[in-house]
Design a protein around this ligand. Structure first.
Ligand code: 13P
Length: 251
């Protein structure tokens, strides 16, 4: 059985005080959660303070991006070694906002995925189609290309350490959620693809998160689908009550 995994992507939100208040609030509220794995992904500048606020709890720490090289002359970038140093167990890679605004491609996501795995950081690799692509009927081919490109060259052992997030771009921050059956259709396609890349026993281990306007009200139905193993939550992860509601719905 796959343990449900809920991650909060805070994106570029909150100030230092707000980040600390949220982290401390979650540490308290989630104390009794044991059947769901939880991680929070604050902005990089707050990672070390948030790490202190959640230390001793079961909440994991993740970054929202990283560069694929360990160290060197790469002004403005953050390396896997630095994330390890701060206690990050996870890193979100290839989020659609990074693909859209910062030129990330399947090739850069692939390099970063390899680097994360080499440094024992679990990558949460994001894929998802735009509204235009969905309406053109190309969802399946877009997802296949993103998965094959982002995971190129990984061994089955590396594959077993992945988390994949399916985030339809049209559902992100729009209040428009994919229906449980729309999401399940893509998740099941991703599982089959992972099975062809890594074998079915590895594919069965990989958690597939859904992301895009997940809320306490729609979380249970989404996560009751056979291939939806959790959620990558944006807006609703910025408040203790709504994030906790989603986590409890997953348990
Ligand atoms: P929202 O939950 O705000 O739609 O964002 C989803 C997302 O992009 C998580 O990575």
């Amino acid at each position: 059985m796959r343990t449900p995994f809920i991650a909060g992507n805070w994106k570029m939100n909150l100030n230092r005080q707000g980040a600390m208040t949220l982290a401390k609030g979650l540490a308290e509220a989630l104390d009794s959660i044991s059947n769901v794995e939880v991680a929070i992904c604050p902005p990089a500048v707050y990672l070390s303070e948030v790490a202190v606020a959640i230390s001793g709890t079961s909440i994991g720490l993740g970054a929202q991006n990283m560069y694929h090289v360990g160290e060197g002359a790469f002004t403005g970038e953050i390396s896997p070694l630095m994330l390890r140093d701060l206690g990050c167990q996870f890193v979100i890679l290839g989020h659609s906002e990074r693909r859209q605004f910062f030129g990330e491609t399947d090739a850069t996501v692939n390099a970063k995925t390899q680097a994360a795995l080499a440094n024992s950081i679990t990558p949460i690799v994001c894929v998802g189609e735009t509204l235009e692509q969905r309406e053109a009927g190309s969802t399946a081919s877009v997802i296949e290309e993103q998965i094959r490109g982002s995971l190129a060259g990984l061994s089955a052992d590396q594959g077993s350490r992945l988390v994949i997030a399916y985030e339809p771009v049209w559902a992100i921050g729009t209040g428009r959620t994919a229906s449980p059956s729309q999401a399940e259709e893509v998740h099941s396609q991703i599982r089959q693809l992972l099975s062809s890349l890594f074998g079915s026993s590895v594919a069965d281990l990989i958690r597939l998160q859904y992301g895009g306007s997940v809320k306490p009200e729609n979380a249970a139905e989404l996560m009751s689908q056979p291939n939806i193993d959790g959620a990558l939550v944006g807006g609703a992860s910025l408040k203790v009550d709504s994030f906790e509601g989603i986590i409890r719905a997953a348990g």
